[in-house]
Ligand binder design. Sequence first.
Ligand SMILES: Cc1cc2nc3c(=O)[nH]c(=O)nc-3n(C[C@H](O)[C@H](O)[C@H](O)COP(=O)(O)O)c2cc1C
Ligand code: SF4
Length: 423
Amino acid sequence: MERPLTQHIRPGETLSLTEYQKHGGYEGLKAALKMSPKEVQDVVKRAHLRGRGGAGFPTGLKWSFVPIGDDAPRPRYLIANGDEMEPGTFKDRLLVEGNPHQLIEGMIISAYAIQAEIGYIFLRWAYKKGEKIIRKALAEAYQAGLLGKNILGSGFDFDLYLHTSAGRYICGEETALLNSLEGKRANPRAKPPFPQTSGLFGKPTIVNNIETLCNVPHILRNGADWYKKISLSEDGGTKIFGVSGKVKKPGLWELPLGVTLKEVLEEYAGGMQDGLKFRGLLPGGASTDFLTEEHLDIKLDYAGVEKAGSRLGTGTMIVLDDKTCVVGMVLNLEHFFAQESCGWCTPCREGLPWTEKILARIEDGQGKTEDLEILEGLTKTLGPGNTFCALAPGAMEPLQSALKYYREDFERHIKEQRCPRRS
Ligand SMILES: Cc1cc2nc3c(=O)[nH]c(=O)nc-3n(C[C@H](O)[C@H](O)[C@H](O)COP(=O)(O)O)c2cc1C
Ligand code: SF4
């Protein structure tokens, strides 16, 4: 099984520039610099690489919206989104700490493809170790002529900076990220215009997730056909899947897209801890819909998870067991989302704290029968199309699916006027 992104990463260690080069590092860049920017975009399009930040947008297609050529606006920007504050998600941290040059190489190639001259790595504020590692790797890359003016004698210039986030979940939303990077309050922007044409400081900008960018060197080095072949799905490549919750071996594994959910849970995560039963999971971080036992045979790719009624999201799963109260779990998540709402639009600013309050009273044994109807109503009011960004609709996904699959749990709380799982 091919694991291009993680095969050289060892726990607690960081690959230096020399070690990375020994394993073929920066060969993808050399190949890219011999092509035209449009050819690089085409290879990535043919590879069927889709964004790993949550929405799964085709990467090459996104790049093709950036105007390039002599008359196009300058400068153009490329941003690596490493905010990673989605609860349950910790995959980009592994890539940054284990192999920072893979990200830097991916960024130089991607910048070349859209002819960007300036790049930023937007990193979660709490990733202090990652911050140090990136600073060191950037210095190594500048010294080796891989960044700055006339990269490897190609005539292409690209400067790359590290920016640490202010520490709010909303900073990961790509347009809020742009405002934050401009020194403004991190509120999302109305779209259109899209960042590809009017992004950072009003200039064409691409924001890609760190894992997305780490795939790019391997595609350029080994070709689009190879990349499609290492997947078990229509979507190209591998995905870093993660499992947290009460399984025997929580962790992260790079696996082909299209692997089954059951295989990840049983073979890699080792199944449930002794004495506990599987009840369900959130497949792609906290802002995705629950899947249950009936979905164990689904393929983990974008279409497979969508067909089952959820989203692949970040591919990092949170498992629910039979001793954990699902009302308490959803309350915990809605507390997070309510706290992280930027307050820009009314349904989210008012609706999320209301959702949290109702869930807290149900969990506390003070719930009323009509509360479930109010919660159902809130999942619609805060759903897609009613807010500026996807934070509120994302927050409704675990709630609406919990009401669908675990309604009895909510009803028992209300009927018995207590949490049945508390002694
Ligand atoms: C509230 C919120 C938080 C987000 N946080 C992140 C994040 O931490 N990292 C990330 O890559 N994308 C995050 N996204 C998605 C980004 O807006 C954007 O779609 C993504 O960075 C695009 O990269 P990709 O095309 O490579 O997936 C978030 C979206 C929302 C609505
Ligand atoms: S949905 Fe929430 S987080 Fe997004 S813009 Fe509106 S208030 Fe802000």
